[in-house]
Design a binder for this molecule. Structure first.
Ligand SMILES: *Cc1c(COP(=O)(O)O)cnc(C)c1O
Length: 418
């Protein structure tokens, strides 16, 4: 899809608007399955929280993907999109036993990440197979906001707690059918990943009835020029060899599972916003756009970098801009960024807006969440309408408190006199 296609979509559906290129999602899915084609049983479980629009879930279901979910609501979205319960895995953190029981009752594979719930669940439901989430204590990447396998992380059961875990399994006679890790969203180094995998294999040997080993995700996607990208092909080669050897040793063809979010959908997304105001100050030129961290919070929340292109004037002379939102907070998308000359009314395009963008949107400042459009073979399909005022007030209950001495009481009193 090119700039003209994007401009056309902004004209047709209004702005701001999220656009997803289905073909990019498809090619990323195929790239990943291609890299692991020598694994007999491979399972990709798309991490729904990255982008959970039902039409996107349907696309992934049609490709043969499973679904990784973190809330019962995501499970329900998956079921609505047509995923079979057995193709869904539930990998929550810190949710109640009741929610886990409810999800298990739907026939979804559950994954437990703490000993307290494991013991309670195993005591009540020894017959339901459970996957365990292990924390291998490996630091993948440098940013502690998104590296979740390290020692201080709240995610997973520490490998150092293995003796206690084994005792719980023995006492409850529960069935552990999978081992899982997810070391965070920033695997820079394949060697680090393989090192963590060795810990997972060691752990796996302790369980006799496994069906799968889930290596989570954390594939790194480039957001700007010069960013490192996980070399999936090399990881595929190295991990496949190691995994196949392990299966021989284990005496059974296990399933190798992954649960990528970003890798599958990040690059496919574009976020289009219109420039409301160009404001020259003593220090910079601000371009204020008709959106804010209510629609795209990653730059403010994680300091994430999103490339911004002025698709209305792509050939214009580059100038330096601070791109800011219209929210009454500091909501800076980009500081001192080189962008082709901006005029009020231009459409700016944010790249890599597929993962953790719309799903993190809110109604802050009582703004509507934007529309979403899925692009496939030259056609734009609206997959979410822009919100309306009705959406904002839908669940509000208007209560008019009977304040004594209030304006209303006085008006009524005057009314009685008359
Ligand atoms: C968020 C999440 C993922 C997806 O991570 P990406 O970096 O988007 O690939 C995978 N597994 C679990 C358990 C997650 O919480």
């Amino acid at each position: 899809m090119n700039n003209q296609d994007l401009l056309h979509i902004a004209r047709e559906f209004g702005n701001p608007v999220y656009v997803y290129d289905a073909e990019k999602i498809i090619s990323q899915y195929q790239r990943l399955t291609g890299a692991f084609s020598k694994v007999k049983n491979l399972k990709i479980n798309y991490a729904a929280k990255a982008l959970s629009n039902i039409s996107v879930l349907k696309l992934l279901n049609n490709l043969g993907s499973g679904l990784d979910t973190v809330s019962i609501q995501e499970v329900q979205l998956g079921l609505q999109a047509g995923f079979k319960p057995e193709d869904i895995i539930f990998t929550p953190n810190g949710v109640s036993l009741e929610e886990i029981e409810e999800v298990a009752a739907l026939g979804v594979q559950i994954n437990i990440d703490n000993l307290s719930i494991l013991e309670q669940f195993g005591t009540k439901h020894a017959d339901i197979p459970v996957c365990i989430r292990i924390n291998p204590h490996v630091m993948a990447g440098g940013n502690t906001n998104i590296s979740v396998g390290h020692i201080d992380s709240k995610f997973g059961i520490s490998i150092h707690q293995m003796p206690h875990l084994l005792r719980i399994v023995e006492n409850t006679k529960m069935h552990i059918n999978g081992i899982h890790m997810h070391t965070g969203s920033d695997i820079l180094d394949i060697e680090v990943f393989l090192y963590a995998s060795e810990i997972l294999f060691e752990t796996a040997k302790q369980f006799k009835n496994l069906e799968f080993i889930d290596f989570g995700s954390g594939f790194k996607v480039p957001y700007k020029e010069g960013d490192i990208e996980t070399n999936i092909e090399e990881l595929g080669k190295k991990l496949t060899r190691r995994f196949n050897d392990f299966c021989k040793e284990y005496g059974k063809d296990l399933t190798l599972a992954f649960e990528p979010g970003k890798f599958l959908v990040s690059k496919a997304g574009y976020f289009l916003a219109k420039v409301n105001v160009v404001k020259q100050t003593t220090s910079t030129v601000f371009a204020s756009i008709d959106t804010g961290f209510n629609h795209l919070i990653r730059p403010m929340l994680y300091g994430a970098y999103h490339e911004i292109v002025n698709i209305s004037n792509p050939e214009g002379r580059d100038r330096f801009y601070s791109v800011v939102g219209y929210i009454c907070e500091t909501d800076t998308f980009a500081n001192n960024r080189r962008i082709a000359q901006i005029t009020e009314g231009d459409i700016l395009c944010f790249k890599n807006a597929g993962a953790y963008c719309f799903t993190m949107a809110s109604n802050y400042n009582s703004r509507f969440r934007p529309a979403e459009v899925l692009w496939y073979k030259g056609q734009a399909h609206l997959i979410r309408k822009r919100e309306t005022f009705e959406d904002l007030v839908r669940n509000q209950v208007e209560v008019d408190l009977p304040l004594s001495g209030s304006k209303k009481e006085k008006e009524e009193a005057v009314g009685v006199k008359d």
